[in-house]
Design a protein around this ligand. Structure first.
Ligand code: CDT
Length: 306
């Protein structure tokens, strides 16, 4: 299997609070159709791709919170996505909320997770988000809450890298992209491609001075990470005005040089295909040559709690 192939960020426009899974899955299958027409081998869907981004609200009805979680993957409503992808010979990355059996109530029901599914329809890797941003307890004084540490449990699988797509492939989720340690964990394992889905508001009403910098703060850490670790990044957004909150688009493909080589242009469902060559990572991996030049003895502070 060639190490040069077409991959796509499969950006999703807004998902309504009451939009049924089967409608979202139908939208995703329509993107798979476009991906097949573009000869893609792999597509990257967003974080929490199956539902609206509910952590923006303090929800008190356990039944509603539970409705945003998947008890199994694939489950009855996501099975058609797996079948459609396999029929087209396309693998995918999917972000979703993973329920943990036995949890009750309206908080900490499970993980903010992602999976890698190969073109044969097999789940080859799982990731549970490590960097959960926002407030750990509801704070109704905020203009925009972001309650991931309230709804989710900290990821406990580390930063896995899978041998698939003829290369080494890792996963991250949204806020992880702002943390260099996450990328380095993947880089140290030889990752050549990292898939990332995200739900990022385009405005931060409680930190308005950052608003004009939002696009830069999205791209800059990933451009640095791609270059410093010699890897490709494909990042897929939830975009557009979702339940009154505008979600940043700017899905992108970033090369191991750090260059943004593809960038989405709209606020809706959009496929962003790009042909990548995993062998293009070698030049940058050689340039940094971790085995020769890293100085772990000088980095002890990085792993000490502060
Ligand atoms: N989903 C996610 O991780 N979003 C965060 C928002 C942080 S604002 C509290 C992000 O880093 O984009």
């Amino acid at each position: 299997m060639s190490r040069s192939f077409t991959i796509a960020a499969a950006q999703l426009g807004p998902i309504a609070r009451d939009e049924p899974r089967r409608a979202v899955v139908a939208r995703m299958i329509a993107l798979l159709d476009r991906a097949a027409a573009a000869d893609c081998r792999f597509v990257v869907f967003p974080e929490m791709a199956l539902t609206t981004f509910f952590p923006r609200w303090h929800l008190t009805d356990p039944a509603e919170v539970f409705s945003y979680f998947e008890e199994s993957m694939p489950g009855p409503e996501t099975q058609p996505l797996f079948e459609a992808a396999r029929a087209r010979g396309i693998g995918f990355y999917l972000g979703y909320c993973e329920a943990v059996a036995g949890r009750t109530g309206a908080d900490h029901l499970g993980f903010n997770s992602s999976i890698l599914v190969d073109p044969d329809g097999r789940i080859v890797s799982r990731y549970r988000k490590v960097h959960l941003p926002g407030n750990a307890v509801p704070d109704d004084t905020l203009k925009l809450q972001h309650l991931e540490p309230w709804y989710f449990i900290d990821g406990d699988l580390g930063f896995p890298v899978a041998d698939t797509l003829s290369g080494r492939v890792g996963m991250l989720l949204c806020n992880d992209r702002r943390w260099p340690e996450a990328w380095r964990m993947l880089g140290l394992q030889g990752a050549e491609l990292v898939c990332l889905g995200y739900n990022s508001p385009s405005q931060l009403p409680d930190n308005p001075r950052q608003n004009p910098l939002r696009k830069m703060h999205h791209l800059m850490p990933m451009q640095a990470a791609a270059y410093q670790n010699g890897l490709w990044i494909v990042a897929a957004a939830k975009a557009g005005m979702e339940e009154g909150c505008h979600m940043m688009g700017h899905s992108c493909v970033i090369a191991p040089s750090g260059e943004v080589v593809a960038l989405s242009s709209g606020d809706g469902d959009e496929l962003l295909p790009y042909r990548i060559d995993l062998d293009a990572t070698a030049e940058y991996k050689r340039f940094f040559d971790f085995a020769t030049y890293r100085r772990p003895n000088a980095y002890g502070l990085l792993t000490e709690p502060h």
